[in-house]
Design a protein around this ligand. Sequence first.
Ligand code: FAD
Length: 296
Amino acid sequence: MQKVPLFENQPLAPLTTWKIGGPAQFLAAPQDLEEVYALMRLAYGRGWPLFFLGRGSNVLISDAGLPGLTLHLAKSLQKIERHGETLRAGAGVALPRLARAAAALGFSGFEFLAGIPGTVGAAVRLNAGAEGRNLADVLRRVWVATPRLQLMEFQAGELGLGYRSSLLLHFPHWLVAEAEFMLQTPAPTAAIEEKMRQLLAARKARFPANPRSCGSVFKNPGAGPAAGLLIDQAGFKGRRLGEAQVSRKHANFILNQGQATAAQIKGLIAEIQETIWRNEGVALEREVVFLPEDLE
Ligand SMILES: Cc1cc2nc3c(=O)[nH]c(=O)nc-3n(C[C@H](O)[C@H](O)[C@H](O)COP(=O)(O)OP(=O)(O)OC[C@H]3O[C@@H](n4cnc5c(N)ncnc54)[C@H](O)[C@@H]3O)c2cc1C
């Protein structure tokens, strides 16, 4: 196998939706699983920290960047294949593409993914969802590449999928390589596409126009008002720290209004968490992942 090119000191901000963060010490974009293993072997052999990055829509990369090796997966593992009544998708497949593929085959149930700007691999890890549905509703199995260079297969029921959580969150060095989804609800393609258009229009009306965000910063608490409402009621809409600003439209979004830094975003997050804890006794849990901190 040819050596996978490694790029040194590569900016990561352009690879994230927030457009924030310092460089990767080394960056590589493996095309297939064999290349993933080769890069894992290299990183572990040299004692480098190893990070995975999909479409960067749920991460805050520190201003200092990431040490070691970052695998950029947004253009990797792009296979979508139908196997009977299931659809298999590689880790790097974008969720809207998965939704369109299911629609083209005449299967409903995936429409909620049309507006989520992430990849299959990251979405499985967090059980991504929208409009009252989540990945667990359609997921059947996943294949995970472990640091021991083994491919492990899990049934969806073994993953402990809950609201924006799964057991995979406890294994940040496991790479979700492929996922298999159930094609269970036949429907006319045109009707599914119309439903997706409506969902996208509804999201556009609810969410801020500035695309430089990570979506919802916090998970909704288990009971009581949604995180956005708590943050709104605490008066945070429009609050700025440098060029980081809590959206005036949806208080669970923090926007990069120019050259915001990770430190500014973290400052706002900490202020919100402290205030909501003091006022409401609610500990808001982050949905967004801090890299490298959350993996250390
Ligand atoms: C405008 C906007 C709207 C959003 N709306 C929603 C929504 O409605 N519902 C929702 O659930 N989310 C939403 N999100 C958040 C985000 O899109 C999802 O969490 C998505 O699943 C993240 O995918 P990603 O590829 O961008 O992951 P990244 O941000 O690249 O990575 C997220 C985490 O997953 C890890 N990771 C990445 N790939 C893999 C892999 N193959 N195996 C293991 N770990 C991996 C990374 O290391 C990181 O820790 C939104 C984000 C934005 C910007």
